[in-house]
Design a protein around this ligand. Structure first.
Ligand SMILES: [Zn+2]
Length: 285
């Protein structure tokens, strides 16, 4: 059995419409396969849960879709606003860097989400301010406290301070974001991440997936956790062409999911597991 086959067999998919309390499958998923939750978007009922999915930690830049949605709603960013990324930058006493390739030019919101440009979101988070960002995070049910200064606001927007999430709470937050009708640019950026950005291992013919990856500090000193969170539905180009993806996520069966992989290769490994979760749901639901 290949590792992929093993992972699929370990996923305890519930029957269609299953909303009952999920028995923990802890133990099945501790061999590096990861923690995962998927919920029906329409009802927020779980369709499966795997691993230690209720344990909270730093969610990293999986928060960026919420930040961008709030910036657009409040007209704090123009639909096309370009920022040149220096690659590395400093926030307080922390040196941060973007892992994306050096870009030929400045990035707009869609590309910043697609390649996970921390600098773009650190700059933009200042426009929300500590109270605005706190409201954004709490509105979707995430545990957060007010950042004490501008640098800490940036770190909070990058999911590196003053906020915590588990796959369980993060999947609920993504379901809540979809329910509010996220701006088109948010969905475009999350889909671009899958098609050409950091989440390419989530590209699938069996499930249409849009999401955001990150590699964040893990629960132990020096450890890291790869994250991937977003939405998925069954692909059907005839009924749901790409331009209508946002409407289809609302009108057709779809899921919000969040995946965390500890000790893997970061966001790429999480995207891989997220794809398997979505494909299994798409085939079985
Ligand atoms: Zn960058």
């Amino acid at each position: 059995m290949t590792r992929r086959d093993w992972l699929l067999s370990a996923l305890p998919l519930l029957p269609p419409g299953g909303g009952r309390s999920l028995a923990s499958s802890r133990g099945q998923a501790d061999a590096g396969s990861g923690d995962a939750v998927a919920l029906q978007n329409a009802t927020r009922k779980p369709v499966f849960e795997q691993g230690d999915a209720r344990r909270a930690g730093l969610p990293g830049s999986t928060l960026e879709p919420f930040v961008l949605a709030a910036l657009l709603e409040r007209q704090l960013v123009k639909p096309v606003e370009w920022i040149e990324c220096p690659g590395g930058f400093r926030l307080g006493d922390r040196d941060l860097e973007c892992t994306h390739a050096r870009t030929a030019g400045p990035l707009d919101a869609v590309e910043a989400l697609a390649v996970s440009c921390n600098f773009w979101f650190a700059v933009m988070a200042k426009r929300l301010g500590p109270d605005g960002l706190l409201k954004v995070l709490r509105r979707v049910g995430l545990a957060a406290r007010r950042a004490p200064n501008e640098e800490q606001v940036c770190l909070q927007a990058l999911g590196l301070a003053h906020v915590s999430a588990s796959p369980w709470t993060l999947s609920r937050a993504y379901a809540a974001l979809l329910q509010t009708g996220p701006p088109a640019l948010v969905l475009q950026g999350m889909r671009a991440a899958v098609e050409r950005g950091t989440a390419q291992r989530a590209l699938s013919e069996r499930a249409w997936i849009a999401g955001k990856t990150d590699t964040a500090p893990g629960g132990l000193p020096g450890s890291s956790a790869g994250w991937f969170a977003g939405w998925a539905m069954r692909p059907d180009p005839a009924l749901c062409p790409p331009a209508q993806a946002a409407q289809c996520l609302h009108s057709r069966p779809s899921i919000a999911f969040a995946v965390r992989v500890v000790g893997g290769t970061g966001g790429g490994a999480a995207a891989d597991l997220g794809r398997q979760v979505a494909e299994r749901w798409a085939q079985g639901a």
